[in-house]
Design a protein around this ligand. Sequence first.
Ligand SMILES: C=C(O[C@@H]1C=C(C(=O)O)C=C[C@H]1O)C(=O)O
Length: 425
Amino acid sequence: MARLFYTFRPPDSYSFAAQLLTWSRKFRVFMYFKNHPYPHGWQQAPWMLAAGVRHEWKPQPERALAQLASFHASLHDWMVGHAGYHMAAHIWPGISRKPCLCGFPEIYFFVPEILVLVYPDQVQIGIHGSEAEARRIFEEISKSTVNLPQLRHPLSIFPVLTRKQYLDTIHAILHHIRRGDCYELNFCQLFASDQVKISPVETFTQLPPAPFSLCYRLHDSYLLCASPERYLLKRGRQILMQPMKGTIRRGSNAQEDAQLQLSLQQSPKERAENTIVVDLVRNDLSRTAVPGSVKVTEWLKIYSYPTVHQMISTICSEMDTAYQIGDLLATTFPMGSMTGAPKKKVLELIDHYESWPRGIYSGTAGYITPEGDMEMNVIIRSLLYAQDDRRVYYHAGSGITCYCHPEAEWEECLIKTKQLAHIRI
Ligand SMILES: C=C(O[C@@H]1C=C(C(=O)O)C=C[C@H]1O)C(=O)O
């Protein structure tokens, strides 16, 4: 039986979307998408929940990308899941595999039992079942009570590196850049906290709005993601990537904010960082593209988020019919904004200088539709929570180029942790 969608009209979609998140807690596997409406183009619905496992795909990671398209075609259904950063090891020989500190596998996708799409004027419930069953689900969600978070203690997380260790590492990376080993490297540091118990859903609701937010539970591992960055959008054969490079804090008043935005827009350093990644992405996309179809449709555009301004470029291509979704991932992953360039060399250097795993951070999460369309984000600005171990992790990084001032990069990482400042647990 194919998945059938049934339409309902809740009195208020915003409240329904909040109830949906509360309701999702009863599932051991779910992904809840909250696509804050920034002008970022196509997304399926403002809110979406994929809950419960109808089929799961836990492939051998080394064969996963080669098998993804045929697995998807065999089911012709929605698939939701993630690929962690260390899938890089199966694409680029010589890069080491490091297990995710939070327990997420290298790659995992599931076909949900229940899919709920929430639009401003209607709700669609997609199940392999009858309308009566869909109505029962709709009514159960409508009865969920949303508890406002009980604000108690601030969430304290600490960098694993001291400031001095961080600065020494950046100087070592700059040495590689001056020697010509590479010209941009995205170095990420780890922040952690032990012995914390959080309520993942309540914590997620306190993260700032972002266009690629999601709350993902895979048994005892949680990803609470407030990502502003898209990795890849596939619609038919049209592909779009939107690397983000260039970050500046928001100002405390409108005038300062406009000045900061302008200085980001005009900064030769940030423009160079972004353009290096644009070139890398153009190259990555050209490996599966119809010749001549790779185009930069937006270059160095500033987008503003609650705590930061970001510089984003958009690169499009048309994928050649000889290629499938697995090929697209294999030729573009890990995304250039999280590696630097040239990709092979910086992957080796990241392996060496980041002695902790990135794990699911710096990977991607999202969905594949039955038609093979895809929307995948970049997993950044995210809390990882290992419920069993009561540990919380957060990573933050920045692009290092020859223009960089190590102290400013340290500050940039701290700015990226600012979104956690208001969280209470
Ligand atoms: C590494 C992070 O962000 C990446 C680095 C950016 C930058 O250098 O300006 C911007 C967005 C991301 O691609 C992070 O948020 O942890």
